[in-house]
Design a protein around this ligand. Sequence first.
Ligand SMILES: Nc1ncnc2c1ncn2[C@@H]1O[C@H](C[S@+](CC[C@H]([NH3+])C(=O)[O-])CC(=O)[O-])[C@@H](O)[C@H]1O
Ligand SMILES: O=C(O)C(=O)Cc1ccccc1
Length: 241
Amino acid sequence: MTGKDGIYATEQRVKDFSFDANVVEVFPDMIQRSVPGYATIVSTMGKLAGQFAQSNSKLYDLGCSLGAVTLSMRRNIAKENCQIIAVDNSQAMVERCKMHLGGFKSDVPVDVQLGDITDLTINDASVVAMNFTLQFIPQDQRLAVLTNIYNGLKPGGVILLSEKIIGESDQQDNLLIDLHHDFKRHNGYSELEISQKRTAIENVMRPDSLSTHLARLNEIGFTQTQVWYQCFNFCSMVAIK
Ligand SMILES: Nc1ncnc2c1ncn2[C@@H]1O[C@H](C[S@+](CC[C@H]([NH3+])C(=O)[O-])CC(=O)[O-])[C@@H](O)[C@H]1O
Ligand SMILES: O=C(O)C(=O)Cc1ccccc1
């Protein structure tokens, strides 16, 4: 059983955030209380995967954590001969993800892999999902990661990309941050937890602005890009090859 997120509840010398065994233990509670609309985003990504899955193709869940998006996609795939490849570079996440997926039955095979998405071969893909993962990749490697995804997609294939974003100006950014912190407060996080978590993620998670995301997807060659969700500084896009 996973528990309640109290990782930053006590005052501490805050270390860089990492997806270790302690985070795995509380991850469902942490992400649910930290990302507005997380459940809606995961279920909609499943619907979109069902819509864009092609027969005889692969669907990828990059930065799969405990496999929430994999499960959601798997529930919605109706095409024949599809396979899901779920990848994460946290050993603790991958171990728990395998246990988690094993608890549900499905005809769609899932391969959970420990690996780095900056170093992954993608081919014959109809759907590539990245639900809040690109933000942890160093900014100077994001173009290469997305280009690799584009090259591995079949025509008509899609990337499903969710990201925390920064506002287009400092004023807009502060407005979004304030709204997000209110959301976290409302979900029971204290001022200390909010501020220590902010410190923990500032060196490891560097969000881009929405305009940066859209320009980069366009530059790579995605022709149809649609924002289908935004609440505060959390945004989900679909882009079609
Ligand atoms: N280079 C990398 N290679 C592989 N995995 C990585 C890398 N960098 C970070 N990760 C992994 O990306 C995941 C990001 S969490 C995704 C939530 C999930 N998608 C969900 O829908 O529940 C988002 C969040 O916690 O904000 C973690 O499991 C990291 O180990
Ligand atoms: O918690 C936050 O403030 C976030 O921005 C989202 C988040 C959720 C889980 C891990 C890292 C960041």
